[in-house]
Design a protein around this ligand. Structure first.
Ligand SMILES: N[C@@H](CCC(=O)N[C@@H](CS)C(=O)NCC(=O)O)C(=O)O
Length: 213
């Protein structure tokens, strides 16, 4: 069975839990609390030298890190990753945007301002930059979504899952989404799609899961 090394409050880990839930793939969750340094033990660093979650452990002992690489691998052959070459490249384009222009500001603000005790004091000098870059990313998403329901091909894909994970909790990083109507409509569409689970969801490990897409 697949094992997912994950932290419950981590948006990057949530992406993978959400996809696995939608696909109905049974998996075992292994909790790794990065706030307590559990990602820096020699044992974990052997599995992922980067020392980060999420980390997918495949049967046979192979490991795959990086949330969007994990989404790409797991979604292969499913309706959540298009088969056509240009559409696949567009999915990658939005997942690279997420990692380069969105997550470093929006996830970092949430991590330090909400999850780490005393984080605001530790990272005061970064807050203005997170806000400027984070709102920049949200404006790009708003412009794109003003004319289409989902990021690629007018249907839900792993590009939406990748971007949804941190956007839906951007308020916890002190981003105000009130002035982004298309973005809010998209958040609601993603949350209403079949098989959606929230960030607190955990799998029932012993039970076979049923595909919801
Ligand atoms: N680019 C990576 C980022 C992963 C990441 O930053 N994970 C955080 C939790 S959300 C983590 O493990 N942080 C601990 C650390 O960097 O020491 C991905 O998308 O998977």
């Amino acid at each position: 069975m697949l094992k997912l090394h994950s932290m419950q409050s981590s948006g990057n880990s949530y992406k993978v839990r959400l996809l696995l839930a939608k696909l109905g793939r049974p998996f075992q969750l292994v909790d790794v609390d990065v706030l307590r340094g559990e990602n820096r033990t020699p044992d974990f660093l052997m599995k992922n030298p980067e020392g980060r979650v999420p980390l997918l452990e495949l049967p046979g002992g192979r490991f795959l890190a990086e949330s969007n690489a994990i989404l790409f691998h797991l979604a292969e052959g499913t309706p959540l990753l298009p088969a056509e070459a240009f559409s696949r490249a567009e999915v990658l384009r939005w997942m690279f945007f997420e990692q380069h222009s969105h997550e470093p500001a929006i996830a970092a603000a949430r991590f330090w301002l909400k999850l780490v005790r005393g984080g605001r004091e530790l990272r005061t000098h970064d807050v203005d930059r997170w806000m400027e870059e984070g709102y920049g990313a949200l404006r790009i998403m708003e412009r794109h979504l003003a004319r289409r329901p989902f990021f690629v091909d007018d249907r839900l894909s792993i590009a939406d899952i990748a971007l949804y994970a941190h956007t839906h909790v951007a308020g916890e990083g002190e981003f105000d989404l009130a002035t982004f109507p298309a973005l809010n409509a998209w958040l609601a569409r993603v949350a209403a799609a079949p098989g959606h689970v929230d960030i607190g969801w955990r799998p029932a490990t012993a039970r076979q899961m049923v595909s919801n897409i």
